[in-house]
Design a protein around this ligand. Structure first.
Ligand code: ZN
Length: 374
């Protein structure tokens, strides 16, 4: 079989510049539609079993986050289940990946992919469990359903949502971990949470960008996490639908789940600069972070984004908008694409399993502060 490279599938993204020989493959990443953002890649390499392949992805100095490439290792899989890191090195705008395929097909990606098909499997599996209510909040620009799963009977309204930025697939792996645990009828801590709170979970805020293999935007090239001040049906129906549902229930607690390209740590970005900030909100934010850091060594508070100055928060970003509007604790959770510097794993790096374990820790931390949210 001759060499073949394909990205014409759910979540695929690559363009072939040259693929004449296994040791001389040059690739580029396609931009998100109607935008300049690019960083996510996902493709299949075929026809090179047992041959040492050198894949060079070029033009990355112009990618969305050039700081994401130094120290980064690409992920590969032969079965699309287990994703391991492949030796990669970055220099002068080029990421060079070395791989010797064990089989005729091998898949490579920026992070373990989370397909729209897997999303539907998740919605079917969790939505079918006792006590879970599955509903459609609206539709994406391209007509995909905005799925929401609600669990619990308690008075506190907790919103968990992920993948506003579709290339941050670790966010939906996190959500899968959260949903599996929250819907577990036999777990006493989950029972306690369901008694105290009602959880509304949107596993994928950007299904169009996900299916298209985008990094950051929806089908119209719009960054959804800059739409929360004034979402519109023409640009951002995904946000319009979510915010309308949140306004119906109110919001006491929210986590917006993301991945960060450059920082090899897990961290939380708060809402310090919102105009309506209260001492209660700041105290809850500090308390939640302290409790979470005590529960899992994967969370830390030394490294992250600088807090915005008083009154200077961008209210077009979701957690600022929710904290300002509902007076609640609303946080942006960031996980690494690279490895986790404090707790590295040379084989898998930061991974779906670690993302899911972090989700359980985040919910355990919520259980601990739940009485303080009332
Ligand atoms: Zn993000």
């Amino acid at each position: 079989m001759s060499l073949d490279i394909s990205a014409a599938f759910d979540g695929g993204n690559i363009e072939v510049v040259r693929a004449g020989a296994p040791d001389d493959i040059e690739l580029q990443i396609r931009k998100d539609a109607h935008s300049e953002f690019f960083q996510w890649f996902h493709f299949r390499l075929s026809g090179a079993r047992g041959q040492a392949c050198t894949l060079r992805i070029t033009g990355l100095a112009a990618s969305a986050y050039p700081g994401g490439w130094p120290g980064y290792q690409a992920v590969i899989s032969h079965d699309r289940e287990q994703w391991l890191r492949a030796p990669s090195r970055y220099e002068d705008g080029t990421l060079t990946i070395s791989v010797t395929p064990l089989h005729d097909h091998v898949w490579l990606a920026y992070f373990a992919p989370y397909s729209i098909e897997r999303h539907h499997d998740l919605v079917a599996r969790i939505g079918g469990r006792p006590g879970v209510r599955a509903r459609v909040l609206g539709h994406s620009l391209e007509g995909q359903p905005m799925d929401c799963l609600s669990i619990g009977e308690g008075p506190l309204q907790c919103w968990l949502y992920a993948r506003q930025h579709p290339g941050e697939t670790m966010a939906e792996w996190w959500m899968e971990g959260a949903l599996e645990w929250l819907s577990d009828r036999d777990d006493p801590l989950a029972q306690q949470l369901r008694a105290g709170a009602t959880f509304h979970c949107i596993p994928n805020m950007n299904p169009d960008g996900s299916r298209r293999g985008h990094l950051r935007t929806n089908a119209a090239g719009v960054n959804l996490n800059r739409e929360w001040a004034a979402p519109s049906a023409a640009r951002s129906p995904e946000v319009l639908a979510a915010l309308a549902a949140m306004a119906e229930t109110g919001v006491d607690f929210a986590i917006d789940v993301h991945g960060d390209e450059a920082i090899p740590q897990v961290f939380i970005a708060g809402f310090e600069g919102i105009p309506n900030i209260t001492e209660r909100q700041l105290a809850l934010l500090a308390r939640y972070k302290t409790v979470l850091a005590g529960i899992t060594p994967d969370f830390q508070t030394r490294i992250g984004y600088p807090a915005s100055a008083p009154g200077k928060a961008n209210l077009a970003m979701s957690t600022n908008q929710l904290a300002n509007r509902f007076g609640c604790l609303a946080m942006t959770l960031e996980m690494p694409f690279k490895d986790h510097d404090d707790n590295p794993d040379a084989v898998a790096g930061w991974s779906p399993a670690r993302s899911q374990a972090l989700a359980r820790a985040c919910l355990a931390a919520l259980a601990e502060i739940l009485p303080e949210l009332r």
